[in-house]
Ligand binder design. Structure first.
Ligand SMILES: [Zn+2]
Length: 270
């Protein structure tokens, strides 16, 4: 067995690969051991996923949406207790409120003497750099293609041997193309809820698909809590996706055609 990134023998590799990190709520999109070798798996965790997940915008998202990491912890967030005490807020499970707040002792005194401070926690924040987002997408794009071909005989070999995929896998592995562009936009609010086929209200944590355009380009389309991120499999340009959007009324490929939302889920608030 060979790794879909470095193409080295991976038959002794032990780790499974999460296409989207567990710390973004992924428990289902997982590649079996050996599809990505242990060395590549570790490298991506340290050099691509960690800087992605630890950008302030992602820390804030993980806190507010209460997404536990693989140790079942939700990352804490720094905030402010009015009129100006720095605090750290913690939460433990999927609850609508903050679990615990670390406050400096002078703030505690202030709260007792007054009516209590107002807790201000940031929403949003600095996103990961374009380069990290792009490499994160490149990794997930190649892995999603592998996932599609897992059950096909020779499918993983096909991915490994496909020269057209070499630029995108090199970009994921080395980041050697400094400005491989991606397309980013919000397609629904991060708190949007949907009704599933059982009538339960659910949140769309992440969804993804591969878009093939009429003129033969392939794009990987990922949405994380309504933030749609797109990368081109074939090279460092994104014009083809803009063109596709113009021809499709700006709809998301995740929600039209075969992915028409109404067939699976409907928006709870519309
Ligand atoms: Zn590898």
């Amino acid at each position: 067995m060979r790794c879909i990134f470095c193409k080295n023998d991976s038959s002794k590799s032990r780790s499974v690969e999460h296409i989207i990190p567990e710390s973004l709520g992924n428990t289902t999109s997982i590649l079996p051991k050996g599809v990505v070798c242990d060395a590549c798996n570790n490298y991506f965790a340290r050099k691509v996923e960690k800087p992605f997940l630890e950008a302030p915008a992602l820390m804030s998202l993980r806190f507010h949406q209460a997404i536990p990491n693989k140790r079942s912890l939700i990352p804490p967030i720094s905030g402010m207790l009015s009129p100006g005490f720095p605090v750290t807020a913690y939460r433990y499970t999927k609850r609508p409120f903050v679990g615990m707040i670390d406050v400096p002792s002078d703030a505690v005194e202030h709260i007792f003497q007054n009516d209590g401070g107002r807790l201000i926690l940031p929403i949003g924040g600095q996103p990961p750099s374009d380069k990290i987002i792009s490499r994160f997408l490149a990794k997930a794009a190649v892995e999603t293609m592998a996932q599609r071909l897992l059950d096909t005989s020779g499918g993983i070999d096909y991915i490994v041997d496909r020269p057209e995929l070499d630029p995108i896998r090199d970009h994921a592995r080395r980041g050697n193309i400094p400005d491989w562009p991606h397309h980013s936009r919000r397609i629904y609010d991060m708190n949007e809820t949907w009704i599933d086929e059982f009538g339960s209200e659910v949140q769309m944590v992440h969804e993804s698909d591969i878009l093939q355009t009429a003129w033969g380009e392939y794009f990987f389309v990922l949405a994380i809590f309504g933030l749609e991120l797109v990368i081109n499999y074939g090279g460092s340009e994104i014009e083809g996706y803009r063109r596709w959007l113009l021809e499709n009324n700006g709809d998301s490929p995740l929600h039209i055609g075969k992915n028409k939302v109404n067939s699976r889920l409907r928006r709870a608030t519309s």
